[in-house]
Design a protein around this ligand. Structure first.
Ligand code: MN
Length: 502
């Protein structure tokens, strides 16, 4: 398909979800980008314009607004062509300029100047410094405008889809960055589909042999698995027939990388992994979610410790659902997720859905938990920016970012019943610093559920943690060995550093 045809298709798609909006800006952006990149080709030999068009298409799939789509079409103009910032501003204005600048990489070392703490670190790996600075810049731009990260994710998706055309060395580097930072970021934004795509694309390049083997194995059992799930669906439908709830039900495949991760985590072979797919039930209200869960648990035996209630305790990325794994007759097990239409919508679109909601002025959210958390959805990005200011080492920043993006969250209670969200593997020291810096600094012991514990104990969801303090107490260097959160790490380092100076 030629670029003009691809663009026409994009316009059609946009007009379907934004009827009545003037697409003139998109025309202009397309022509400008086409002209600016005219002399360039993608690594695979395609005309360059194919790339910005693909990025804009992904953004249209997320139902983004016209300025974001225009920025998608123009996102490489400042970085890769002779177009100047001033000229760009004159043509497209500040809003689109800021979006494009947010995703434009810092390529020259001179641009590192804004962070003075980095100046004495030029002896360390310039590649890591550059990568850390790019991420730092992008997070700052994202804290100001979340559309920046959506653009960057769409950009990365197409770059991953065309990765085969790059040199092997470069491929590996990009795939590694994608799987360790971009995929978790997409997940953290609640964009599950994009996250799975990025993971599988990266995995294919990082572990081509394992990928091919798993891909073949999954295809081989797909038919059998489908029959099994169809049977499950029929069974559940017949059980629910006499109940008055409205619902729809669907089977849900797992992506290749998540199957692999499960094999590694549980030290199992492919043949031992049972839940290659699961079942999802979508209904109309929260009450009905719990009612349906009741029906499922009455009819099937739940597998111990598999039930998780992400409705009353949403994940940090606002994900909500009930999860349970049950035994079916014949000793087969299947995971069942239950959620409302609204929760499902948020799972599909993630942050993009929140952005749209904010734009249209809301009212669409019946669910208060979600409506409330939409407002502070950028909190974790601000938290990243806060601790990174105390981090001198670019590598620490990247490691910290990885931890911060990590998916598994636990909920720990203060003695007064306040919920503190922490990454899995967090210790009482992480908990103390999450509550308050002073509490962390003066921490000398901890009680979990009224029992004294070691400070390196791993907390679990639902634990009640009490920190014992003493005035004049100081953080131990040893704590750095076991703390999980970047916040605790940077606070401890700071005290140790200040003390060293005194
Ligand atoms: Mn690009």
């Amino acid at each position: 398909m030629n670029p003009a045809e691809t663009f026409e298709q994009l316009l059609k798609e946009v007009q379907a979800y934004l009827p009545g909006e003037n697409p003139e800006l998109l025309h202009k952006a397309f022509l400008f980008s086409h002209l600016s990149h005219q002399e360039q080709k993608r690594a695979g030999g395609d005309p360059f314009i194919v790339h910005p068009l693909a990025v804009a298409r992904t953004l249209a799939d997320m139902h983004m607004d016209i300025p974001t789509l225009a920025a998608g079409l123009l996102h490489d103009v400042l970085e890769d062509t002779s177009c100047t910032r001033e000229n760009f501003r004159k043509e497209f204005g500040d809003e689109i300029l800021h979006l494009v600048e947010g995703v434009t990489k810092i390529d020259s070392m001179e641009h590192l100047a804004p962070n003075p703490s980095l100046k004495d670190l030029f002896s360390s790996n310039p590649e890591i410094i550059r990568q850390a600075e790019n991420w730092r810049k992008m997070m700052i731009a994202t804290a100001q405008d979340i559309r920046v990260i959506l653009l960057k994710l769409a950009d990365r998706k197409h770059n991953m889809e065309t990765l085969e055309f790059l040199a092997p060395e470069k491929r590996k580097k990009i795939a590694e960055e994608t799987i360790s930072l971009y995929a978790p970021l997409a997940q953290r934004m609640g964009m599950y589909q994009l996250k799975s795509q990025l993971e599988d694309l990266s995995f294919k390049f990082l572990e081509p042999e394992i990928y091919a083997e798993l891909d073949a194995k999954i295809s081989a059992v797909r038919e059998h698995r489908k029959e099994f799930l169809d049977r499950c669906v029929k069974k559940i439908e017949s059980m629910l027939a006499e109940h008055p709830y409205s619902y729809r039900i669907s089977a849900r495949p797992k992506n290749i990388y998540s199957v692999y991760r499960k094999m590694v985590r549980q030290n199992k072979t492919f043949e031992e992994i049972q839940d290659l797919a699961g079942i999802r039930i979508i209904t109309d209200s929260v009450e009905h979610c719990y009612a349906l869960l009741g029906v499922i648990h009455t009819n099937f035996v739940p597998v111990a410790e598999t039930f998780t209630d992400y409705i009353s305790m949403p994940k940090t990325n606002l994900y909500q659902s009930l999860h349970t794994t049950v035994n079916l007759p014949g000793n087969e097990i299947v995971e069942v997720q239950i959620r409302t239409e609204e929760m499902h919508h948020i799972c599909e679109f993630g942050l993009a859905a929140h952005y749209r909601y904010k734009q249209t002025g809301g009212g669409a959210y019946k669910n208060r938990t979600v409506a409330d958390s939409v407002d502070d959805k950028l909190d974790w990005i601000k938290r990243i920016l806060e601790w990174q200011q105390e981090t001198d080492h670019p590598k620490d920043f990247l490691d910290g970012l990885r931890t911060e993006l990590e998916f598994d969250q636990i909920f720990v209670f203060t003695p007064k019943g306040k919920v503190i969200k922490l990454p899995a593997g967090s210790t009482p020291v992480d908990f103390a610093y999450a509550v308050h810096t002073d509490l962390g600094n003066q921490c000398m012991g901890a009680k979990v559920n009224d029992k004294m514990v070691r400070l390196d104990t791993h907390l679990k969801s639902g634990d009640r943690c009490e920190i014992l303090t003493r005035k004049g107490q100081e953080p131990h260097k040893d704590w750095l060995e076991f703390v999980k959160t970047p916040r605790a790490r940077s606070k401890i380092r700071k005290v140790l550093k200040d003390k060293g100076k005194a």
